[in-house]
Design a protein around this ligand. Structure first.
Ligand code: HEM
Length: 462
């Protein structure tokens, strides 16, 4: 019988700092290199933190699903509390369970069907503003678009007037996450240096908007069919008869709304941006996408009922999420000692599971760098282990917006591809930047070309 060893293999790195300097340069690529060199489990030290990178689908399933009660969210997300309070992303245990139950109805199928009309309408508004051969930063356009969708569906609000301000505040907040992995970051926060004060200002700015919208909704007392109405109406059946606990307070609603605002737009925006990039590099897949959209829609705008027939569009989006999963790393902290195969993982360690790494494993995805939507044909899916693909996480903490994002992805792609194709602007560099989400480091500068134009050259990045 093999002996239990306490130390899986892993790179050494610098004294005390460990692999932190190399990790920070490009976290997902670093993790990919580590997995290729050391296998399904590797030990990484960063300062005083013990981190274990896991890339075996079965072991990932065990952490996220089978043994999930043995874990908490990682420190990175705990630190997000300063911004998000006790929202779904950051809360734990019984409180999380209750909040999840209260928020879940907002993502019910019937509600999504209602949101889909807003998704289509907003995407159509964006596509109608663009001009042929105009160069666009699609990263920015997709961010504006998904922010507008989340604002409309969440709050029935048109935030176009204050969108740039809100986006700046959200960007400021996400920027703070980037610093969380720096050594001494907690002390830096306590010193309340200018970056932290800017973060507080950004938070106050967002609070202003969210509290105003809550007040407006409360005073109207109507169910306007949006998420915020749902949150205001959400009644916890298990606490029925105890009014003090059955409804959410303004503070709780603020935390959930801000969480959904933040989690619900940046991720989908990145997924869409990478999809346009991948399509521009793969004209065959692009042509098939256009053919499907033409056949199913014949020039009219899509509706909820068209979704089952937009299969190839769905496969394109799934494949883009494979290559560029916006949530590139999912972390869990072990509450008690844990075991992975022959290795003992001490309590307090972080298990880091990266969809970016696992989605590029040739055991599950041969020629992993190749963009191939046909990987999403039912027989191909059935041949792979479930957690070989987990862009939305898993277990009780699985993304609550998974279906929302998929519906949004397919509808936005269909509406925009009906009119446009995109090609990289010559000389534009495409690289990833992994903050809390995986973004294109230099934006995504592309020329908009009419979809009807017959032959469109592919432009590779320089
Ligand atoms: C392509 C788009 C999206 C991706 C890739 C994505 C990915 C994820 C992942 C991986 C998690 C789990 C994190 C963990 O276990 O530590 C998560 C959680 C979450 N996501 Fe998403 N997400 C997307 C879109 C959305 C949307 C559209 C919304 C809301 C409108 C949303 C709201 C949330 C919330 C609230 C959580 C926390 C759930 C909980 O812990 O109960 N996400 N997301």
């Amino acid at each position: 019988m093999p002996s239990i060893t306490h130390n899986p293999p892993g790179p050494q790195g610098w004294p005390w700092l460990g692999v932190l300097p190399e990790f920070r340069k490009n976290p997902p690529e670093f993790l990919l290199k580590v997995a290729r060199e050391y296998g399904d489990i590797a030990r990484l030290s960063m300062g005083s933190q013990r981190i274990y990178a896991l890339s075996d689908p079965e072991a990932i399933k065990d952490v996220l699903v089978t043994h999930q009660t043995n874990f908490k969210k990682s420190r990175m997300l705990e630190r997000a509390r300063a911004m998000l309070g006790e929202g779904l992303l950051t809360s734990e245990g019984e409180y999380h369970r209750r909040q999840r139950r209260l928020v879940q109805p907002a993502f019910h199928r019937d509600r999504l069907a209602g949101y889909s009309a807003a998704m289509v309408e907003i995407a159509a508004r964006f596509r109608d503003q663009w001009k042929p051969v105009a160069s666009l930063d699609l990263a920015q356009e997709m961010n504006r678009l998904t922010l507008a969708i989340v604002a409309k569906t969440l709050f029935s609000a048109d935030v176009s007037g204050e969108a740039d301000e809100i986006r700046a505040a959200l960007a400021q907040t996400l920027g703070l996450f980037d610093r969380v992995l720096m050594p001494f970051s907690e002390w830096v926060e306590r010193l309340r240096l200018p970056p932290y004060r800017r973060f507080e200002q950004a938070r106050d700015r967002l609070d202003q908007t969210v509290y105003r919208l809550i007040a407006e909704h409360r005073s109207s007392g109507r169910d306007t069919g949006d998420l915020l109405s749902m949150l205001l109406l959400a009644q916890d059946e298990e606490s029925a008869g105890d009014p003090a606990h059955s409804r959410m307070t303004d503070r709780q609603i603020r935390d959930e709304a801000l969480t959904l605002f933040l989690a619900g737009h940046e991720t989908t925006a990145n997924a869409l941006t990478w999809t346009w990039y991948l399509l521009s590099q793969n004209p065959e897949a692009e042509a098939k996408l256009h053919a499907e959209i033409h056949e199913v829609l014949d020039g009219r705008l899509p509706t909820w009922d068209d979704l089952p027939r937009l299969r190839y569009t769905e496969m394109v989006f799934a494949e883009a999420l494979r290559l560029y999963p916006p949530a590139w790393g999912i972390g869990r902290r072990a509450i008690e000692d844990y075991r992975v195969g022959d290795y003992a993982i001490p309590a307090g360690s972080i298990l880091l599971m990266s969809p970016y790494v696992v989605h590029r494993d040739p055991r599950w995805f041969p020629q992993p760098e190749r963009f191939d939507p046909d990987r999403w044909l039912p027989e191909s899916i059935a041949a792979r282990p479930k957690f070989s693909y987990f862009p939305f996480g898993g277990g009780t903490r699985v993304c609550i917006g998974e279906r929302f994002a998929k519906v949004e992805g397919v509808l936005v792609l269909a509406v925009i591809a009906q009119r446009w194709r995109f090609r990289l602007v010559p000389g534009h560099r495409v690289e990833t930047k992994a903050l809390i989400t995986l973004r294109p480091k230099y934006g995504m500068q592309m020329d908009a070309l009419l979809a009807t134009q017959p032959s469109v050259p592919v432009r590779r990045q320089s």
